[in-house]
Write a protein that binds this ligand. Structure first.
Ligand code: 5RP
Length: 217
């Protein structure tokens, strides 16, 4: 039986993304175990860059690797954002938010001229599968949950922005429609469905190689 080393695949994809970064860039840093390899690779490159972080965990690790983190309050655009994903479908719809950072991750991805996604090959799926991570406002929480059949609160601390994490179970066969419904539901601060229109490229570690996939909008 052939065993696939997904950690090695994550590292290969992350290192390929790190090679896209050049001196002077403003870089958005995602969250998760794949991004951890990116932070190490960027630290080793010793570039003159500034970064914004999508979570306190990323900020702490990036700082340990010698990366300069700025608050994301007075920056209107980033040159590049790099992040992992939980699932990538053939069109490059993504499910993100396994680490609960999807609201900040979406803001950072949307602010970037290029949003590059880094994954191991086991993240590729033919069809997206529930659950879809949610971040909900605590105010009116039970009424928001009542409007979202299939939403289950996650046993996790509040987000750094005070949001409550939950996961939406149910049909994800039409991500466009589900995404529009979630965007229109009062009390939903963020969700983990990211459309192909946000994605510039997906870098996929597969065996010893790195493949790229372009979004189909
Ligand atoms: C965090 C995310 C992560 O990017 C996603 O969960 C993938 O994580 P990992 O790289 O650890 O597999 O969306 O909110």
């Amino acid at each position: 039986m052939v065993t696939v080393d997904h950690e090695h695949e994550k590292q290969a994809a992350a290192e390929a993304a790190a090679n896209l970064v050049t001196d002077g860039m403003l870089v958005g840093l995602g969250t998760g175990s794949t991004v951890a390899y990116l932070l190490a690779a960027l630290g080793r490159r010793n570039l003159a860059i500034s970064c914004v972080a999508t979570s306190p965990a990323t900020e702490a690790l990036a700082t340990r690797h010698g990366l300069r983190i700025q608050p994301f309050e007075e920056i209107d655009h980033l040159d590049l954002a790099v992040d992992g994903a939980d699932q990538v479908d053939p069109r490059c719809w993504l499910i993100k938010g396994g680490g609960g950072a999807h609201t900040r991750e979406r803001i950072v991805a949307a602010a970037a001229y290029r949003f590059v996604v880094i994954v191991s090959s086991n993240k590729l799926v033919e069809r997206l599968q529930a659950p879809v991570p949610l971040e909900l406002l605590a105010f009116g929480l039970d009424s928001t949950l009542a409007a979202l059949s299939g939403a289950v609160l996650r046993s996790a601390p509040r987000t750094p922005d005070g949001g409550v994490l939950a996961d939406l179970h149910g049909d994800v066969s039409d991500p466009d429609q589900l995404s529009a419904r979630l965007n229109a539901t009062p009390g939903v601060v963020g969700h983990g469905l990211f459309p192909p229109t946000m994605v510039s490229m997906v870098l996929i570690g597969r065996g010893g190689e790195v493949e790229s996939r372009q979004p189909v909008a």
